[in-house]
Design a binder for this molecule. Structure first.
Ligand SMILES: Nc1ncnc2c1ncn2[C@@H]1O[C@H](COP(=O)(O)OP(=O)(O)OP(=O)(O)O)[C@@H](O)[C@H]1O
Ligand SMILES: [Mg+2]
Length: 215
């Protein structure tokens, strides 16, 4: 067993891909890399829990076994206390000004899109001020337009300590919407070759940054 690492997906702006990326990282790490993974849904909406449990409602707060190496839990009221039982914990976080003190990850992954304004990132950084963990900005839906906005955003945070920008990002693809609606994953999609590669590379990158095996 490796030293447990926690990756929290956060942005105070909605609809940027937190849930999509949480689910894919959890599946990749557990199925491909055989890490022991817990995917915790801190968002009251329960989207990542519902996705990983194939649409099951969010009634109980017990753990649901997704595959032999992955459990999903719904913990909308508090950060989960996982203990050292997992190699990796991924957290799908709700928008909250206190998130930086509520949750103590090793890495924050902040999905951004080309259309967001720089103010969004100032707010994110403000929310995370209670934390000294690394922040990785990931461009999602790359190619959607708004590159000038994006440039401004990147400039806005380039002087913030411990913040890196994952440039390759993840392309915009209709297949993502399809698999979201089917509670499936991009690697099960018969088409969508490019986006599969994007997602795989993203997952490997985050695992490497955690010091965990990435294949
Ligand atoms: N790369 C992408 N290309 C196309 N559509 C995408 C992509 N990433 C996410 N989406 C779509 O955007 C929508 C929002 O994604 P998601 O639910 O992951 O965001 P979120 O940040 O968790 O949102 P919320 O704030 O509601 O929790 C979903 O319908 C999803 O299918
Ligand atoms: Mg979500």
């Amino acid at each position: 067993m490796e030293v447990m690492k926690t990756v929290a997906f956060y942005n105070n702006k909605g609809g940027v891909g937190k849930t999509t990326l949480t689910v894919h990282l959890a599946l990749y790490a557990s199925k491909v890399c055989k890490h022991t993974v817990v995917a915790a849904c801190l968002d009251r909406q329960g989207d990542s829990y519902r996705w990983l449990t194939d649409g099951e409602g969010v009634r109980g707060e017990g753990a649901h076994r997704v595959n032999p190496k992955l459990s999903a839990i719904y913990t909308p009221h508090a950060a989960p206390d996982i203990g050292p039982a997992a190699d990796l914990v991924v957290l799908d976080c709700p928008p909250s000004e206190n998130i930086g003190v509520m949750v103590r990850p090793n890495i924050w992954v902040v999905p951004i899109t080309e259309r967001l304004a720089a103010e969004n990132l100032y707010n994110v950084i403000e929310d995370l001020r209670g934390s000294d963990a690394e922040i990785i900005l990931v461009l999602n839906r790359r190619g959607e337009g708004g590159r000038r906005q994006l440039q401004k955003m990147i400039e806005a945070v380039s002087n913030v300590k411990k913040t890196t920008y994952y440039e390759r990002g993840i392309g915009r693809a209709d297949a993502i919407v399809r698999i979201t609606n089917e509670f499936s994953d991009i690697w099960s999609d018969p088409f969508a070759r490019k986006i599969k590669e994007d997602m795989t590379e993203f997952c490997k990158y985050i695992l490497r940054r955690c010091g965990l095996r990435s294949a």
